[in-house]
Each structure stands twice: as C-alpha cells, then as structure tokens.
Design a protein around this ligand. Structure first.
Ligand code: PHE
Length: 351
C-alpha cells in the first residue's frame, strides 16, 4: 500500500471518529488522540519523517503535514458547529420576543418647589451669599426667645406652633420650627466675627387650617448679612435685585413698614404685578392693587447682634424671610398652594 493510501485511511478514520463527538469533552479527547503535542498520532507521524528512507522522506512529510492541516481544519469546523448549535438551542429556550412593547423608562425631574428654591438660592449666591442649614426640630429658645419673641408674645399664638411632646425640666421645649429665623442666631453663634452673608433654606411647620394660600408645611429662605456699615439701602438693593432676577429685569419694588420682633425697622417688600401690570381691577394675583407682597425683612435688632457676641455699635445687619411656595405660585400662576404636596403627577409633570 502506498504512503498516500494509508494516509487517506487515517484521515477517514479520524474524521469518522470526530463526527461522532457530541460534547466539548469528547472533542477534546479526540484532539489529544490525534493532534496532541506529545502522543498525538499525527505528531508521531511528523516525528517519523526523519526515519524514512531518503527517497520517500519528502512524500511522507508532505502527506503527514497534509493530514495535520486537514484534521486541524475539521476540528475548527466542528467546534464552530457546536457553538452554533448551542446558540440555536438558546434562542428557542430564551427567545427574545421583539414584538413586545418596550418597558417605559419614567423620566424624573425636580419638584417645582425645589426648582424654585434652587433658583432663589442661586440668585443670592450670585450676590455673594453662602448657603447654610439648620435643624427642623428646634429649641423654643432659638425659634422664639433668641429672636426676641417672649413667652407671652402674640406671635407664638399667631404661628400655632407644633410642639414636640417631650418634657425637659417639666416643660415642652422643642418644636417644629415655625420659621427659618432661628438660624440668624445659630449662624452668628458659629461665626466668631462678621462679615456674615448667608441664606438658609428649609422647611417650616405651622398648625394651619389649610386653604389656597396656606399649608401647614412651607419652605422658607432666611437671609442674613452682618458687617460694619450695613445699611437699609443694602437690604433694598439686594432684595430689589432678587425680585428682578426671579421675575424679570423690569420689576419694580416697594417697601412698606411692618413689624417683626427680631428686626427694627421691619418691612414687607412688594413688587409690581407682572400679570396685570397694575391695570386689572379684577386681577387674582394682586387683587387689583397692582402690588404683590413677596417677603418680610428688616434691619437685625441690635439686641440680637449683641447677644450673638458682636458689638451693635460697630456691626449692623439686615435679614429677610422668603416663602418659596409663594414665589413658585407666582412664577407659574398656580392658584392653590395645596397642589404642591398632593403628589398628583398630572400637576407635577407640568413643571
Ligand atoms: N420670620 C418671618 C416670618 O416667618 C420672616 C422674616 C424673616 C421677617 C427675617 C423679617 C426678617 O414671617
């Protein structure tokens, strides 16, 4: 039998046995048997080339190499085949139905009051104010006494305070803060020396009979600036700029006298009605007055400056308090404040 014939037979046998392999382990065993680097049959044949008689060596070598590449090719094809079969099996057991409707990815956004709060803070940050925070559960001392609101002061009733029912020395001394004003004193206490220039945002709580303009929870921003030579004109300039940043460059503002125990003098600032521009007797936003009240403010009472360890002979300051929900109501023309916290997505999605 010629060299060629016996190589053909070997190939036939090898391919037949490869065809029978079904799983990876069988294929691997086949590879070791035929192509294994130490004991593989084809490897042995290649090694035997040297031992062939001179005149047959070339033909033998060629045939052995041919056999080797044929088996390698067959092996690669077999492995491919097996992979394809496995994939085909997967696609029947774990098929993806491309005709199913997609799952919606809900798109979130910031609550309108949060958006408004951030815009307000940004307006003040641009004017050099830093943002600070204080506790929502507050000592009566900071909420009232330190702000010059004594025990028998009507403001304590006016705000229908929500007390925390914990007795300390036989008394209730903690409450949900009714305003962010306690942070005036808190910030000064932890700032050894002026200048102070902060805005303090936060939730406040009052036991309200809620209506279209009152909620029992509200968001305020307290502002405080204390330094040498701070004057009423600084207060007016900062708050005027705030109104223009939030409601348009053409805004006008007016200051009326008002009373808050922690400031002297105290004012309320109103801006010209940007809805009716002063022309609508029936305007729901300004009630025909042409002006919209937007915040309370004033010069920090000298007693508070002194109590904080500063010297009121040298240091003066102004403070203001803004109701953020009110700003949000105005900027979007929303009619009822209660919409904000009812979590109705049909309402919230509009902003
Ligand atoms: N704390 C006052 C309120 O809640 C607002 C205010 C703050 C007024 C600072 C003057 C100065 O009504």
């Amino acid at each position: 039998m010629s060299t060629e014939d016996s190589f053909d037979q070997l190939r036939t046998r090898a391919l037949a046995s490869l065809a029978e392999a079904r799983v990876d382990a069988e294929i691997d065993a086949w590879r070791v048997e035929w192509l294994g680097r130490t004991d593989g049959r084809v490897t042995a044949l290649l090694r035997a080339v040297r031992e062939q008689p001179q005149d047959q060596r070339a033909a033998f070598g060629q045939a052995a190499n041919g056999l080797k590449s044929a088996l390698e090719e067959a092996l690669a094809a077999k492995q491919d085949d097996l992979k394809r079969q496995a994939l085909a099996a997967l696609s029947t057991t774990q098929a993806i139905d491309v005709t199913l409707p997609g799952r919606p990815q809900p798109l979130g956004r910031l609550h309108p009051v949060t958006q408004t709060l951030r815009d307000c803070l940004k307006a003040f940050q641009e004017m050099g104010f830093r943002v600070a925070e204080g506790p929502e559960v507050e000592w009566a001392y900071y909420n009232f006494d330190a702000a010059r609101i004594p025990e028998d002061h009507p403001a304590r009733d006016m705000w229908d305070t929500i007390w925390v029912n914990t007795l300390i020395d036989g008394e209730r001394k903690m409450l949900l803060r009714t305003h962010t004003t306690p942070n005036q004193v808190r910030v000064m206490e932890r700032t050894p020396e002026p200048p102070v220039r902060v805005v303090v945002p936060g939730k406040c709580y009052r036991q309200e009979a809620t209506d279209a303009t009152h909620e029992w929870m509200l968001t305020q921003i307290e502002g405080l600036a204390v330094d040498e030579g701070v004057r009423m004109s600084d207060l007016k300039g900062v708050l005027y700029e705030f109104a223009r940043k939030m409601f348009g460059q053409e805004r006008k503002v007016i200051f009326h006298h008002s009373y808050f125990p922690f400031v002297e003098p105290g004012v309320e600032m109103a801006m010209d009605c940007f809805i009716c521009r002063g022309s609508g007797a029936e305007c729901k936003t300004c009630h025909g007055t042409g002006w919209i009240e937007i915040l309370g403010a004033g010069m920090v009472h000298p007693e508070i400056i002194d109590n904080a360890g500063y010297d009121s002979a040298k240091h003066t300051g102004f403070a203001f308090g803004i109701g953020v929900e009110r700003v949000a109501l105005l900027r979007w023309g929303i009619e009822d404040i209660r919409n904000f916290y009812q979590n109705d997505l049909r309402f919230l999605r509009q902003f």
